[in-house]
Write a protein of this length. Sequence first.
Length: 264
Amino acid sequence: MTAGIPSSRIDTSKPHPARVYDWLLGGKDNYPVDQEVGERLPAEARANAGRNRAFMHRASAWLAGRGVDQFLDIGTGIPTAPNLHQIVQAVTPRSRVVYADNDPIVLRHAEALLVSTPEGATDYIHADVREPEAILERAAKFLDFGRPVALSLIALMHFLPDDHDPYGITRTLTGALAPGSFLVLSHGTADQHPELRRETESAYRKGAIALRMRTREEVEPFFEGLDLVEPGLVTAPEWYREGLAPEYERSGFYVGVAQVPQAV
């Protein structure tokens, strides 16, 4: 295996977070080992996955509506329509979108991610977020980092334990972005359902998947040095820029959108 490039062989003997997430969303691109993890998760996990994805749709459409036309989505997951490029190109057809994921099954479905509007373009990088410099180097061949880019880290960083330096990885990625760029992040938490924490962590641990759910105070540092846009760091069902958020729904995700400030 070439350094910095994950293996392209699909290992069906071990579960993968992207395939577990696909199962939670009702997808078909997963294997019995992934289903076993999903079935051990609390019943609320499916609703949480759906609320998280709905946040991604709203945030991406809002950014495209503001004129952002470059997107870097790391931890893409298995294509589930509508995909990010379909959302943003419906608003801003010229948008350029780069996807990155380390799951070989996403690589197998890359063609679905590369169908673009004639005015825009999409690309796919088979890479691991734990090597952010490699992702940035390859994405720079497709995106202009001298202009604003929206970086998406959706339901990803809670799979990086503290000793993998998730905050440092995020700062490396956002540090490469031009002023006016955005970070869109969602992160798993048990703050609103502490009684389900042990069951959730046990399900992933039995599948040999690291999971580090974090409190609101632990999610805040991911946005260090950035300007959170309203409504700030909130749960997934609470993030709305247009219209009113629905009545209270407890959530397993904190989410936020933040902008890289202009240089002083």
